[in-house]
Design a protein around this ligand. Structure first.
Ligand code: ATP
Ligand code: MG
Length: 397
């Protein structure tokens, strides 16, 4: 029974995780589910996983009770056999009545642990399945390996270099970026442009150390990124990701989240420069306005402004902005551009964008296509080459 029990317990653990994943994914995307009319499909999926879980749970219970019932049966049969055998022995005058009673009692005592062992094995398999899944989590690679020494840096100048960097996402055969090399000097302003899926956001994740390159190296101020403490590195970087994530709490909490030492003056400056103050000033609660779960009580553009305020808060040496103004109206974008131009005067700025209006911030453009670097040069020259069709950029994917 043991093998079948272990398999059934494993399966219930797996399907229970699957069931929870379905539930959470559906709940977080509730509006999308309604808009695309996917309620039926997701409900079917949910019912299927509940059914599957119930089926395997029942199998575990069946196996458990079969084992326990089996052990009890063996115990009773043993008592019966002892009594029958004892009666014949008494008839043959080889055993006394008292001797038989003692045998029955002792055999019952000896057999009792057997039933317990059966119950214990069920517990063992359940505990083992839990322990295995915990082991799996603990064994996952960490960003900061234990005992790994990092290079300490008080200041970061802001030089970024990619040296023949290739990267493919885990379990993906295709490379998201391939053989990319470029150097960005401190204080340089660079735009990365390219079609959708060309690897721009991937470059940003490599620069911030969220992923390690499969080949090649990413260097910040000439030091390999893997040698710099990721938390320290990011404290010198102001990043605006493409998908903004806010946390439950107030606007103020969301801006100072990773930077609890920021002063109110810093907070007000960042709010002013990013355009946050524009919409919080008009609200009775001001910066204490609640943003709702994952920022659901704010508009897309407002969420983006908060992400920009986070990046501006600590006055970092490197700004990495991934499409920072996609959800903004023209005048907010203009204001942001004016502030950024002033803030980034002597800072490194890397901006990923599809908007030509943001290109006024930069002097140099890097063009990516299907994960490869196809152009890198002064803004005017690259734009001219793109206009004339001299660059080998593939048609839509
Ligand atoms: P966009 O302009 O649409 O933001 P992008 O240039 O930022 O596009 P990336 O997000 O860098 O594109 O994606 C590059 C490639 O990597 C795409 O083909 C995409 O499918 C793949 N990719 C991105 N993220 C993941 C991921 N987490 N797992 C697997 N593949 C991914
Ligand atoms: Mg992107």
């Amino acid at each position: 029974m043991q093998r079948r029990l272990a398999q059934a317990v494993d399966e219930t653990y797996r399907s229970s995780a699957q069931k929870n994943a379905t539930l959470i994914e559906t709940l977080t995307a509730l509006e999308t589910v309604k808009l695309i009319g996917a309620e039926g499909r997701l409900q079917r999926l949910w019912e299927k996983s509940v059914g599957h879980l119930a089926q395997w749970g029942q199998r575990v219970r069946l196996l458990t009770s079969t084992t326990t019932a089996g052990a009890t049966t063996i115990q009773s049969v043993a008592s019966v056999i002892v009594v029958i055998w004892g009666v014949y022995e008494i008839a043959a005058r080889d055993l006394t009545m008292g001797g038989l009673i003692a045998c029955v009692m002792l055999s019952a005592r000896a057999m009792a642990p057997m039933a317990q062992v059966a119950g214990l094995m069920v517990n063992y398999h359940q505990t083992k399945a839990s322990l295995d899944s915990l082991d799996g989590i603990v064994a996952k690679s960490q960003e900061r390996e234990q005992d790994k020494p990092f290079v300490q840096r008080a200041e970061i100048q802001g030089a970024i270099a990619f040296d023949r960097v290739s990267f493919s996402y885990p379990d993906e055969k295709l490379k998201a970026v391939e053989n990319i090399s470029f150097r960005i000097a401190p204080g340089e302003h660079v735009a990365i442009i390219g079609r959708i899926g060309s690897g721009k956001s991937t470059l940003q994740k490599l620069m911030t150390g969220l992923y390690q390159p499969t080949d090649g190296a990413v260097l910040i101020d000439g030091v390999d990124l893997s040698q710099i403490d990721p938390a320290e590195l990011r404290s010198h970087m102001g990043c605006v990701p493409q998908d903004v994530t806010l946390f439950f709490g107030s606007v103020r909490d969301n801006i100072v989240f990773g930077n609890p030492l920021a002063t109110d003056a810093d907070l007000l400056r960042a709010a002013e420069q990013s355009g946050v103050s524009e919409f919080v000033n008009a609200h009775p609660q001001g910066l204490d306005r609640q943003v709702g779960e994952r920022g659901s009580a704010l508009s897309g553009g407002q969420r983006q402004s908060i992400a920009i305020a986070r990046a501006l808060l600590s006055d970092p040496a490197i700004y990495i902005l991934d499409e920072p103004s996609t959800a903004m109206d023209n005048s907010t974008e203009e204001r942001l551009k004016r502030h950024l131009a002033k803030l980034c005067e002597d800072k490194t700025l890397v901006v990923v964008t599809h908007k030509t209006s943001l290109l006024t911030l930069v002097d140099r453009i890097i063009v990516l296509d299907q994960g490869r670097l196809v152009a890198d040069g002064p803004k005017d020259a690259v734009l001219e080459a793109l206009k004339k069709g001299q660059l080998r950029v593939s048609p839509a994917h």
